[in-house]
Design a protein around this ligand. Structure first.
Ligand code: F6P
Length: 445
């Protein structure tokens, strides 16, 4: 997100919807509620500044009290829901992502062991589970979720695509659900918003709280989505394998295709993590194939200079090179992509053959392997903490809200804010500058 977008934010964009007054004393013990504020923990009556620099804050030309702020996450002294009477649902939606099971486990643990909530249902297979066509939900207890964090995937199952919010809210009503946690990316969070709106329309006090999931890290106003770090770590392993292949053969060319439909964060971070890459191609930076500063000439020059070359491509790069359309969209509404990896493989093969360059190309596509794994330690911690923050928000009656982290602090964000735009690599930003320095590739913006 650029500075202009940031400057357009007003307090209304940041206001979190609540179900009503907080009247129930929280059962969380003094230890949690009595702690002092610190660099990382912001008390419930304070606010978290949106602007991270003096420059942007000054540009607004308003008094400090009028600067845009987020509501801090964390436990409240009084709650909207009485934990003993509260019934909770959890649903996981969209593509797989490392850490889904950690979040489920974190939610159940916080609800049952700290708040004393007795009933948690896991809806099956994404939003399908909130319709009469879905499978019977699972009863979730601290015991039943004890070890699930050790597995990739989601024990609840998942699916893409929305369902009629009227039907989903009716399911929640019939099952007496007070709080629904939606673990999902942008499309799923839009679905969560429709559920919250429909519940409000019907006068049902149901809290809908999201936990931001996606390996693509494309959700804005959040330091990063959970699962991203694990995914790019796995992607870096594939890059290292391709680098080993490339270095070990005369004229070795490694070509690695990675996920990343609209945002090239996985490709950019995995490139920096492996620090071996000569060229990385992402959707945000349109680099042509042909020409002196194009992809083909750069690979040819790299081979001449060092005897091997390593290229990383994000799946969303260069879609405009294909004539026509692949056709259709997936159930989440994402346009189906052409296979840029295979096209690049073929283009490089033709070009290097035509120029008489000695080469051996190895094509690596780790595909789903980067997202079907369990969360690494860093993501595991993040998942647990996001889950705790989501429970605190929901018990305090926040709805149409996402638990996130901004500049290292947990915050509650209104869903429309995070679904309104997309987080992308800024071709003029410092991340891409680091990538350019690491690869030495021609600059295109
Ligand atoms: O949105 C996350 C993601 O992993 C993308 O990187 C990828 O394009 C997409 O999901 C693929 O998902 P699926 O094939 O499961 O629909």
């Amino acid at each position: 997100m650029d500075t202009d977008e940031q400057l357009q934010l007003t307090p209304e964009h940041l206001a979190v919807r609540t179900l009503g007054p907080l009247t129930v004393p929280s059962p969380l013990d003094g230890g949690l509620l009595e702690r002092g504020e610190s660099m990382h923990y912001v008390g419930e009556h304070d606010r978290v500044l949106v602007d991270g620099t003096l420059g942007v804050a000054t540009k607004r030309g308003v008094p400090v009290e009028e600067l845009p702020t987020f509501e801090p996450g964390g436990p409240r002294r009084t709650l909207f829901f009485d934990p003993k009477k509260t019934k909770v649902g959890i649903v996981t939606c969209g593509g797989l992502c490392p850490g889904l099971n950690n979040v489920i486990r974190g939610l159940v643990g916080e609800l049952a062991e700290h708040y004393g909530v007795h009933s948690v249902l896991g809806f099956r297979d994404g939003y399908l589970g909130l319709t009469p066509d879905g499978a019977e939900p699972l009863e979730l207890t601290p015991e039943s979720v004890r070890w699930i964090n050790q597995q990739g995937g989601t024990v609840l199952g998942t699916s893409r695509g929305g369902q009629d919010p009227r039907v989903m809210v009716e399911t929640l009503r019939l099952r007496h659900i007070d709080i629904l946690f939606v673990i999902g990316g942008d499309g799923s969070l839009r679905g969560a918003q429709t559920i919250a709106d429909e519940a409000q329309r019907r006068g049902l006090p149901i809290a809908v709280v999201g936990v931001p999931k996606t390996i693509d890290n494309d959700i804005p106003w959040i330091d990063r989505s959970f699962g991203f770090q694990t995914a790019f770590g796995r992607a870096a392993e594939s890059i290292r394998a391709a680098a080993t292949e490339a270095r070990s053969h005369p004229g070795g060319v490694g070509l690695v295709k990675l996920m990343g439909r609209h945002s090239g964060f996985i490709a950019a971070y995995a490139t920096l993590a492996s620090d071996d890459v000569d060229l990385v191609l992402i959707p945000e930076v349109p680099m042509p194939l042909e020409g002196e500063r194009g992809v083909l000439a750069h690979v040819e020059r790299t081979l001449d200079r060092q005897g091997h070359a390593l290229v990383v491509v994000a799946e969303g790069y260069g879609q405009d090179m294909f004539a026509g359309t692949e056709g259709g969209a997936d159930p989440s509404g994402n346009a189906k992509l052409f296979d840029i990896g295979k096209k690049l493989r073929d283009e490089l093969t033709s070009h290097l053959t035509a120029t008489g360059t000695r080469f051996q190309l190895r094509y690596v596509d780790p595909g789903y392997a980067i997202r079907s794994v369990p969360a690494n330690s860093h993501d595991s911690v993040y998942c647990t903490r996001l889950a705790q923050a989501a429970v605190h928000a929901a018990m305090a009656g926040r709805t149409a809200t996402v638990a996130g982290r901004w500049h290292g602090r947990f915050v509650n964000l209104p869903i429309p804010l995070v679904t309104h735009s997309r987080n992308q690599v800024d071709p003029r930003g410092d991340l891409w500058l680091s990538v350019l320095e690491a690869t030495g590739q021609p600059v295109h913006v």
